[in-house]
Design a binder for this molecule. Structure first.
Ligand code: BTN
Length: 247
């Protein structure tokens, strides 16, 4: 993939900007990076706190050629790429289904993939937020979030991170687009995530909470959760929390 990077001082959301670019015909590989987002978005309509210079706020336009039923794997593919980019900075992350990159159970990065209808067909915007410093964390996330600065004691710029991230994105996207793409990405995700199987989790679905043990992924990346009666629930979308043995 050839990357073209558009840099902004401030945007509402790099995903919104990249989606607008995709609607205007931007080619695959168009990236938007901003110093700051004024309305950074997370999954489930949450806010992604995006203070100036505190994180990498990055979105890339993809124009996948594979079947839309595998589009959910794009989030997993991006998670694998972020995981490996963070390793280059000396961090050993975990990936919590579906899109949370964790270090010692604290969130360091998140991914928000959104489909966009464009005159050139369906595009996918993959938004990635990675915390560079914990300095500006508001109280509500101070206990549950971490950053490259906190984990390594070193400073790293958004540009350093983007430079490390883009080759991994390109590499794993090629794999996902290849003949055995879905299985290969699931295998790559499995090697990097303790959530793949045997993890006791509570999953919040629309209007329902399910507790059980993770039991692998479906071929489209949906999470399998084995509940106490032995049946398996297939989770296509939901929030996963780890359940610790004593509570
Ligand atoms: C999540 O964990 O809920 C997903 C967070 C995704 C945040 C990134 S920051 C760059 C891009 N622009 C956004 O508005 N969101 C994503």
């Amino acid at each position: 993939m050839n990357f073209t990077i558009l840099r902004f001082d401030s945007v509402e959301s790099t995903n919104t900007e990249a989606a607008a670019q995709a609607r205007q015909g931007a080619a695959e590989g168009l990236c938007v990076i901003a110093e700051q987002q004024t309305s950074g978005r997370g999954r489930q309509a949450r806010t992604w706190i995006s203070e100036k210079g505190s994180g990498l706020y990055f979105s890339v336009v993809l124009r996948p050629k594979f079947d839309t039923r595998y589009f959910p794997l794009i989030t997993l593919m991006a998670g694998v790429a972020v995981h490996d980019a963070l390793e280059e900075f000396g961090i050993r992350p975990d990936i919590k289904w579906v899109n949370d990159i964790l270090v010692n159970d604290k969130k360091i990065a998140g991914i928000l993939a959104e489909t966009v209808d464009s005159p050139d067909g369906l595009a996918v915007v993959v938004g990635i937020g990675i915390n560079l410093t914990s300095r500006n964390f508001p109280d509500e996330i101070a206990e549950t979030a971490t950053s490259i600065g906190s984990e390594t004691g070193k400073t790293c710029t958004a540009d350093d991170l983007a430079e490390s991230l883009t080759p991994f994105l390109s590499y794993f996207y090629e794999i996902l687009s290849g003949p055995n793409g879905p299985a290969d990405i699931i295998a790559a995700w499995r090697r990097r995530s303790t959530y793949f199987s045997g993890k006791t989790v509570r999953v919040t679905l629309a209007g329902e909470v399910v507790e059980g043990d993770t039991d692998g992924l479906e071929e489209n990346g949906a999470l399998r959760v084995k509940i106490s009666d032995g049946s398996v629930r297939i989770v296509q979308a939901g929030d996963v929390e780890r359940v610790r043995p004593n509570g």
